[in-house]
Write a protein that binds this ligand. Structure first.
Ligand code: C5P
Length: 240
């Protein structure tokens, strides 16, 4: 049975703000995502601090570089003790191979295709052609990563389709999560935690709905309830 977990995106301006939230949530949350915002401000010390507190760190720098540089970054992430990192699938097969072979035994590497902030029209501008099916574009970008990477970042609306395409063993990470009744913010393709779970994700990534909440623990609890397998009577069906 798939047991999806929750990662909080620590897109906060300082390590002090990040660690205050981590302290506040205590054992309620294991996974934290450190991206370019906090990573640039706080660097590897914060990652070491989180790892030292027993947290699983998702280092989300979305590397897209020449193979040698991407591989060096992945090796550095592995030696820091990160549990998960991202590379852009559009970096090409050679970059993906180099990155995958540098990850060692403990770091999972997942590929990013189309950012959840882009819809078909926005991605069409990037590509210089009409894009009618973002899910198909995601699959096209994933092709060179199949069998090389541990999994993929998927937009909520495409998660079920990507699960079918990537197979049951792929580790799927889903950002763009918004609580029922909340606003989508800058995500063009968002979903509720329950919808993402039902679609077959392994790790939900939630940032601002938790980091900007007056009571972050209450939001985490509400999400955890949605992550539970449900009885067949109403609501989402259990995650198989
Ligand atoms: O605050 P919010 O919940 O929108 O945070 C979503 C997080 O997921 C951000 O840190 C963003 O960088 C990340 N992300 C994303 N789309 C992707 C990959 C990562 O929104 N395709």
């Amino acid at each position: 049975m798939r047991r999806p977990d929750l990662a909080i995106a620590l897109d906060l301006p300082s390590p002090a703000a990040a660690l205050a939230l981590v302290d506040r949530l205590g054992d309620e949350v294991t996974w934290y995502k450190v991206g370019p915002v906090l990573g640039t401000a706080a660097g590897p010390d914060l990652v070491r601090e989180l790892v030292g507190r027993g947290k699983s760190v998702f280092l989300d720098y979305k590397w897209h570089d020449i193979p040698n540089t991407a591989a060096g970054a992945v090796a550095a992430a592995a030696s820091l003790g990160a549990a998960l990192a991202t590379v852009h699938l559009s970096g090409g097969r050679a970059m993906l191979e180099a990155a995958a072979s540098a990850r060692g035994g403990k770091l999972r590497l997942v590929g990013v295709g189309v950012l959840t902030s882009l819809d078909g029209a926005g991605f069409g501008v990037v590509m210089g052609r009409e894009v009618s099916d973002v899910g198909w574009e995601q699959e096209r970008l994933m092709q060179p990563g199949l069998g090389l990477l541990d999994g993929f970042v998927t937009a909520p609306g495409e998660t079920a389709r990507i699960r079918g395409f990537a197979g049951p063993d792929a580790f799927l990470v889903t950002p763009g999560i918004r609580l029922s009744g909340g606003e989508g913010g800058d995500h063009r393709r968002s979903a509720t935690p329950g919808e993402a779970v039902q679609a077959g994700t392994d790790l939900l990534v939630v940032g601002r709905p938790i980091t900007e909440a007056r009571d972050p623990a209450a939001v985490v609890q509400a999400i955890r309830i949605e992550l539970q397998p449900r009885a067949q009577t109403g609501g989402s069906r259990p995650v198989a």
